[in-house]
Write a new protein. Structure first.
Length: 110
């Protein structure tokens, strides 16, 4: 969202929207599942698990790192990534809280 437009909304809404955007591509969901299933830092194997090029996977990894959903270490030509479980727990709580809030606001209509 453009910064000038984002300023019109509460920070909580901005954070939720940014996280939703980070999770909004099936490749990113798949990457999180690959990393979670291994429960260790994974280097080049992520690309082998997906029907995408190395460059495309790298772009998706970058989005997930920026959102804090995964952490990575770059050592020379190798990059290793793993799930940031504490951040994923925060995200789960944030969305659960938001859905709970909207459920309380629900009224019968249409």
């Amino acid at each position: 969202m453009a910064k000038s437009q984002a300023d019109r909304f509460p920070e909580e809404h901005q954070r939720l929207a940014d996280l939703a955007k980070a999770l909004s591509h099936p490749a990113r969901i798949a990457i999180l599942e690959v990393l979670a299933s291994r429960n260790v830092c994974v280097c080049g194997e992520v690309v082998a698990e997906l029907p995408l090029s190395q460059a495309t996977v790298s772009q998706h990894l970058k989005v997930l790192v920026e959102a804090g959903l995964i952490v990575g270490e770059i050592e020379g030509p190798k990059s290793c990534y793993c799930v940031n479980w504490s951040r994923l727990d925060e995200v789960r709580t944030m969305f659960s809280t938001w859905f709970g809030h909207t459920e309380r606001l629900k009224i019968d209509c249409c």
